[in-house]
Ligand binder design. Sequence first.
Ligand SMILES: [Zn+2]
Length: 200
Amino acid sequence: MVKIEAICGCMWSGKSEEIARRLKPAKFARKTILVALPVIDDREERNLGQILKNPLWLSNYKNLHIKKVDSFEQLKELMSDIDPDILVMDEIHMFGSWPVDFINELRFLEKYRKQSLRIIISGLDMDFQGKPFETMSLIMGMAHDVRKLSDAICKKCEERTAVMTYKKPKNNIVNQDRIQVGGEKDYEPRCWECYMLGEN
Ligand SMILES: [Zn+2]
């Protein structure tokens, strides 16, 4: 059967580390892992691929395949070439909406009546305006296990748990793009109270 695990939270909530932690035992069980990363994510230094290659986690593991993917067809081809025991999709909100259909289709494949497939999906739960990301929300609906992480501490009060991804203004203007790949220069984790304060 296909078993789906969803991991979500704001930026810096520890999603990538949680995936790495879940994948480590798979190395000892010699499972084949396919990690699909969105093409638009160009943050090479802090993407999941780099984290997994750390000696702490899955460095030099030959059954780990990390691929940049940008379409349903491409991932379908990779699934049939690699035939993984575990499929991971990180930063799911950056793929667009097709992963929902893709994962739904996998659930009903005849092949997985006999074989098992574990799917681990991770991504932001909400955009910078606090609006839930549709792709993640729908996958959470299909998932067997849903985990909202809260490892980040609010950058403003440095006290409460962060639940929001706050987008910083540049020259007093906030870029309104819902998907804008960025790091600490562009975003910060904030608790709800500090999120509502904005720049005040
Ligand atoms: Zn705060």
